[in-house]
Design a protein around this ligand. Sequence first.
Ligand code: FAD
Length: 463
Amino acid sequence: MKTVFWFRRDLRLFNNLALYDAIESGCKNAIFFITPTQWRQHNVAPIQIDLIKRRVVFLGDLLAKHGIKLHVIDAGTYNECVLLLDGFCSAHNITQVFANKEYEYNEQQRDADFISRADKHQIKCTFYDGDVIAPPGTVVTKTGEMYKVFTPFKNTWLKLHQDTHFHFRQFPQCFAEIIWQPPASLESDNSSEKWPVDDASLSGVIARFIDKKLVSYKDTRDFPSIKGTSGISPYLALGIVSVHQLVALVQQQHVDVLTSAKSNLFTWVNELVWREFYRHLIVAFPDLNKYKNFNEKYDAVKWRADDNDFTAWCEGRTGYPLVDAAMRQLLETGWMHNRLRMVVASFLTKHLLIDWRKGERFFMTHLIDGDLASNNGGWQWAASTGCDAQPYFRIFNPITQSERFDPKGEFIRKYIPELENVPDKQIHFPHEYLAKMNKKEVYWPAVVDHKAARERALNAFKV
Ligand code: FAD
């Protein structure tokens, strides 16, 4: 059988079981489609596209060393991918295609289209669940339904996996090295260059986190001025790193991590399970892919269409320092700390009463780790419209969040140097202080009054 491996958001050689099985079936060709039109339609951030391109160049080189040729093909949309892959299979007499599943609706449609074409030409398609530990549909209630609350989902997830000792499969025996040249379409604008794409650097990033930071993750993860989280979300979003690999590495040092779910160490694995929860949700409730509220009750909320407020939020000039510093972190780096994602999403949807879909899209167009399932889950959680979401009456106070999680204003000063000389106590809402110092002009006035905005949100959600 002549085999091709189809790379998508699984841009790795390490621990890629679908690829290993393809290689064991004699696979000497792999394929990757550049799909700019589809990426635009999905609001994929330019910085993420750059990371994809840089990683595909790395992958092409590495595959060539193992005797596998990576064909990089310009396609535009997923429809074109299907036609081009069909053509590629005919031209190369391919009889077998291996790939890892993607769970978003359009991606599933693309695969279903390809499978029905492949069927007609007797091409066998094998798709793996390489992006998750528990494939969607396997963590269900006693009546076979998807959980609508995270904790019982996590408990069942744990029951299924706590006796598993995750390990790595050996890379299969490969073929003689070939020569590979990256095509012009993979040229990078280097916007993502701060994020390494080679496996040696990535292993270092992961090892440093697991060796040194995992034990204190629970205590440090909410403080944006501390590098207390792993920072590997861009790699998980593109499948450059696999969740199996991460759990296996944690187990190497903490063998009982899955059996002691109440321990501090599990806190980090718990986040990986949230990632799985959101993936399961978009499969069980496909309307989430169409940006519908999970909880239809909130379809009645009348969102405000205030372009000035929305622009102030996008540009980091709401007059609330923590919110503004967070938005500037996103604009400057393409990444934002999780605590801040919660704060700014709450501010947009509650304080400004602007539709979560606008924030969701803005995040997607700027995030290096943009991921439909987690982004949708996070936004609907903050907006209270989601599955197991924050109740609508719990509205983050951006000033007290700032006092708690950036007590000395270190993070704020990093991104809002205008406030550098404001004392720690006043930095969280510096307007009175600046007025007293006759320096009102150094910072934006607040777009809304916290108390009034809170009342407005409560009334809108009650309706
Ligand atoms: P760590 O704290 O080290 O966590 C390890 C991994 O677990 C992360 O890399 C991520 O893959 C996963 N994870 C952590 N927290 C969550 C979570 N709350 N939900 C789902 N998975 C999680 N994450 C994305 O990967 N892409 C997004 O587009 C995205 N959008 C978000 C939007 C909003 C409004 C919110 C509140 C959260 C969003 N998240 C998103 C989740 C989370 O903020 C990021 O995964 C996290 O900040 C990434 O940093 P890290 O890799 O250092 O995470």
